[in-house]
Write a protein that binds this ligand. Structure first.
Ligand code: ZN
Length: 163
């Protein structure tokens, strides 16, 4: 297994975060987001009784049908926080998710990508409070959710955040 390019330590954004321990060049795959590949339906069943919305449900939406549950066999990728002005992005490749640098990242910088959590059409105003963003970026939109809905049908929100 390749050596980690970051270490996990407490973060100003939220809980623990991932901090670069070496220079990471733009385009480099930092880590694969690992976990169990399950269908959205299975994920819904698995977490339907979770009423604590702040509990870490580590689901990453892969496509319309599948999610990766980092709660099962997940790796350090689950500690990467959200930012509205991120230095990484996620790319999917044959139902695998990789976190890639979108600019050069220097040692000590916190890694982050835009979670862009999907909104559920049944969401109340409370949802923006539940997923409030404290990334501190100048262009922070105040939420880890995708920008406000443009009248389209969305599947259940997929939650992914560090603990
Ligand atoms: Zn933000």
């Amino acid at each position: 297994m390749a050596k980690l390019k970051f270490k996990v330590q407490s973060s100003r954004i939220q809980g623990r975060g991932a901090f670069a321990t070496q220079k990471i060049r733009k385009g480099v795959r930092v880590i694969e987001y690992k976990g169990e590949l399950i269908t959205q339906t299975e994920a819904d069943q698995r977490y339907e009784n979770t009423d604590d919305r702040t509990s870490p449900i580590l689901l990453f939406q892969v496509d319309k049908r599948f999610v990766i549950d980092a709660g099962v066999n997940g790796n350090e990728a689950r500690f990467i926080n959200h930012s509205c002005d991120p230095n990484c992005e996620t790319v999917s490749d044959k139902r695998k998710i990789f976190v890639e640098a979108i600019r050069t990242i220097y040692p000590g910088e916190e890694l982050a990508y835009d979670y862009n959590l999907t909104r559920d059409e049944l969401d109340s105003a409370q949802v923006d409070k539940d997923y409030v963003c404290r990334c501190g970026a100048a262009n922070c939109r105040g939420t880890m959710l995708e920008p406000l809905p443009k009248k389209r049908r969305l599947k259940k929100r997929t939650v992914k955040k560090g603990t």
